[in-house]
Design a protein around this ligand. Structure first.
Ligand code: FES
Ligand SMILES: [Fe+2]
Length: 383
């Protein structure tokens, strides 16, 4: 099976090795995750100064926190003295400063070195020069995004551009007021599959009729196998009998007021490369972040976001959450079922994409291009 002998209906996927080789994964970490904007946290999870979260971005651990002036800051989670990891917890809160557990170098929330044993006897040590090294941050849709590149690409083009490419314009997502919604449920999935299998799965709906009985009940057009991401601006319409985006099609929660007439009773799915999926329905937003941890392991953190009064009022969101939780589990099970096949000799040259999956070919070209491109200048810790 070579690409030259494929029938017109089929195009080739990436070869199996792209999903199994730790060397290729390391290149992806360096040239994709460490150079692009990467979504790391819900800003509201860092509610007060000193609240922090640590996240692996590519090969680096990044410490995200809120400073006294309420701004979000992100730093390499590496002590400037002899390199100990500053914070080992996934999340937590400090009062005023981060103190390294090794020799007690202490950094304030702006990253400045404010104390260290015998520091006064070393007056030539610059407090900023030997402070924590920061990385670029942006807040959008109520989420914090970081970029480890020395010269970050324009956020508007890279992140907002992906959303506009899918929906046609930025207002279409702004109407959902995502930054003002509250987290009604968060579920973290530990998926034994390569991150690209998860993206590919999310991009197509050829599998919907086979593995998503509840979803195709709510969105009948998904049974035809055409993904909501296939046509620009298109949202899949709810079935006639369906009252809401819930596991049994029963009524959902209060509708987000800004949602337009055309967007009502429709589902929109968006992939923001390299690791975010957003799903929009009239009464909630389902926001996924993927954290690729190894060539065959990806953690997916998923938030169900509702109007604040829905969450604060303790309304029952369980039927609403259950629909996409089931969809996620069905999808991730399919990805885990696929991962072992990637190392089969049969898949050495890859598989094939049918016409309703051809847009995944563009994703593969994009990945290949990123890995072929010259790596961006390495960021170094020293000044
Ligand atoms: S390594 Fe952090 S204080 Fe020494
Ligand atoms: Fe799916």
């Amino acid at each position: 099976m070579t690409s030259t002998s494929l029938p017109d209906s089929l195009i080739a996927t990436l070869p199996g090795v792209s999903y199994t080789d730790p060397g290729i994964f390391a290149q992806e970490q360096e040239r994709i995750f460490e150079t692009m904007w990467f979504c790391v946290a819900r800003a509201a999870d860092l509610a007060t100064p000193g609240a922090f979260r640590t996240v692996d971005v590519g090969r680096e651990s990044i410490l995200v926190t809120r400073a006294r002036d309420q701004s979000i800051r992100a730093y390499f989670n590496v002590c400037r003295h002899r390199g100990a990891r500053l914070c080992t917890e996934e999340s937590g809160e400090v009062k005023r400063a981060f103190q390294c557990p090794y020799h007690a170098w202490t950094y304030d929330l702006n990253g400045k070195l404010v104390a260290a044993p015998n520091l006064t006897k070393m007056p030539d040590v610059g407090r900023t020069e030997y402070g924590l090294v920061s990385v670029a941050t942006r807040e959008w849709l109520g989420y914090v995004w970081v970029c480890l590149a020395e010269n970050p690409p324009p956020f508007e083009e890279e992140v907002i551009g992906d959303v506009v490419g899918r929906l046609g314009d930025v207002e279409s997502i702004e109407r959902y007021d995502i930054d003002r919604l509250s987290v009604g449920r968060r579920i973290v999935y530990d998926v034994r599959a390569n991150w690209k299998l998860i993206i590919e799965n999310f991009m197509e709906c050829y599998h919907c009729a086979t593995i998503h009985p509840e979803l195709t009940e709510v969105l009948p057009e998904f049974a035809d196998g055409y993904a909501a991401q296939f046509y620009v601006g298109h949202g899949a319409e709810f079935g006639e009998e369906v009252q809401g985006f819930t596991v049994d099609g029963s009524e959902g929660l209060d509708r987000i007021p800004g949602v337009s007439q055309e967007q009502d009773r429709r589902y929109y799915a968006i992939t923001v490369r390299p690791q975010v999926f957003i799903n929009l329905v009239p009464d909630h937003v389902i926001f996924h972040r993927m954290y690729p941890l190894a060539v065959d392991r990806t953690v997916v953190e998923c938030d169900w976001l509702y109007l604040p009064h829905v969450v604060d009022g303790g309304k029952d969101v369980s039927r609403s959450v259950e629909l996409f939780d089931r969809v996620n589990r069905q999808d991730f099970e399919a990805c885990e079922r696929t991962q072992p096949g990637m190392s089969s000799r049969l898949y050495a040259k890859g598989g094939v994409l049918v016409p309703s999956e051809h847009h995944i070919g563009a994703f593969h070209d994009w990945v290949t291009e990123r890995l072929g491109a010259r790596p961006q200048q390495e960021r170094h810790m020293g000044v």
